[in-house]
Design a binder for this molecule. Structure first.
Ligand SMILES: NC(=O)c1ccc[n+]([C@@H]2O[C@H](COP(=O)([O-])OP(=O)(O)OC[C@H]3O[C@@H](n4cnc5c(N)ncnc54)[C@H](OP(=O)(O)O)[C@@H]3O)[C@@H](O)[C@H]2O)c1
Length: 345
């Protein structure tokens, strides 16, 4: 793994995690370094937590149009007020667009709306959930965490690729950042020997709330490792993923609020975690400071780093092929194969 200064195992170790959390931070970017004036950006799940802070940072870098892609328009409008409160009268605009990752239709409708934009430069796929108890998505029959964090995020990614390509160029590619996590490397991923793979998430045989979330983030990395084989970096769009690190003050673990486990984890986050604003710089950095070299790569503390060790093993490569095929089959209604084929040329 010559391209990295650490092995995947070293990076994934708990020691490395604590060193990052306690002694390092994602780098800030100033408007002197990067001016986003004239550009348009979308941040999903931007009404709160890390997504709200990333939105604030993009506005600070001068982005001209910011779209808050949120499942609750009321929460989106409240976030917009927070963001534009002190900026009234500037040329920057903030819009609230509905996007519910629990619904493929909502994802497709959202992408159709993006086609009307004059330009689209940056997209940050930040929305995500954790569930303590298993929930099955009524419209798709899939586990809700896999639905939101992996399947619908994969659909949104694939559908937005041609939009970003069309509105950008090889010289100035669009950027799409998928929010990843340290925990992708810590997933037990008990479902990994199942064939077919995706249906194994839909029964409660293997369900464990924590590991389901960890695995959903791992699937995102595996998907990206396979996307690299199908969509070249020179296609007018760069896709990468970024780890904000453990952050306190977000709503991610809201399901555990008021429980003993929630109290203990909350205290742990206050000691070891960083603020959502500090974590959000990782997403902002991935969106504005990295080019083709970061295509389908993982970024942490502003640097390209190895993904989960599983991704680089023969077993991981086999899983990647199976996951890719099953994901394409699941999303076939949206003609994702044709889209990927069109982008591979
Ligand atoms: N916090 C951490 O320590 C940490 C560490 C590593 C990675 N991450 C990742 O960072 C991202 C942001 O997390 P956060 O900690 O900021 O959590 P958060 O405060 O709970 O924010 C999550 C956002 O996702 C939205 N969302 C949830 N389900 C959705 C759906 N079905 N459709 C559309 N939007 C949906 C939420 O909307 P509502 O407000 O309407 O629910 C919220 O805006 C996630 O991808 C998470 O996995 C977080």
């Amino acid at each position: 793994m010559a391209e990295f200064n650490v092995t995947p195992e070293q990076r994934a170790s708990q020691g490395a995690f604590f060193r990052r959390q306690l002694f390092s931070k994602p780098p800030h970017t100033s408007r002197r370094e990067v001016d986003l004036a004239g550009k348009t950006a979308i941040v999903t799940g931007s009404n709160t937590g890390i997504g709200l802070e990333c939105s604030r940072q993009l506005l600070g870098l001068g982005v001209s149009k910011l779209i808050l892609a949120v499942r609750s328009e009321a929460k989106g409008e409240a976030a917009k007020k927070v963001l534009v409160g002190k900026k009234a009268g500037t040329t920057q605009t903030v819009e609230v667009w509905k996007l519910d990752l629990s619904s493929y239709k909502s994802v497709s409708d959202f992408v159709v709306k993006t086609q009307t934009l004059d330009r689209l430069d940056i997209v940050v796929h930040n929305a995500g959930v954790v569930k303590v108890e298993q929930e099955i998505n009524r419209s798709t029959g899939h586990d809700e965490v896999i639905q939101v964090n992996y399947l619908s995020t994969a659909l949104l990614t694939i559908l937005l690729l041609p939009v970003l390509k069309e509105k950008n160029s090889r010289q100035k590619p669009g950027r799409l950042v998928i929010v990843s996590s340290d925990v992708a490397s810590w997933a037990q991923f008990k479902e990994k020997t199942s064939n077919p793979l995706l249906p194994a998430f839909d029964t409660n045989q293997f369900f464990d709330g924590q590991d389901r979330y960890y695995t959903s983030k791992l699937l995102g990395q595996i998907f990206l490792s396979e996307l690299e084989r199908h969509v070249p970096s020179s296609g007018g769009v760069v896709v990468n993923c970024a780890n904000p690190g453990l952050c306190y003050g977000s709503g991610l673990n809201r399901d555990s609020n008021g429980t003993g486990a929630g109290l203990i984890f909350g205290a742990f986050k206050r000691v070891v975690g960083r603020s959502c604003a500090a974590g959000a710089w990782s997403l902002t950095n991935a969106a504005v400071k990295h080019g083709e070299e970061s295509h389908c790569k993982y970024i942490e503390e502003g640097k390209l780093q190895p993904m989960s060790p599983l991704v680089y093993t023969d077993e991981g490569k086999q899983i990647a092929k199976l996951l890719w095929k099953e994901t394409m089959d699941e999303l076939a209604f949206a003609k994702v194969d044709d889209i990927i084929e069109g982008l591979s040329k």
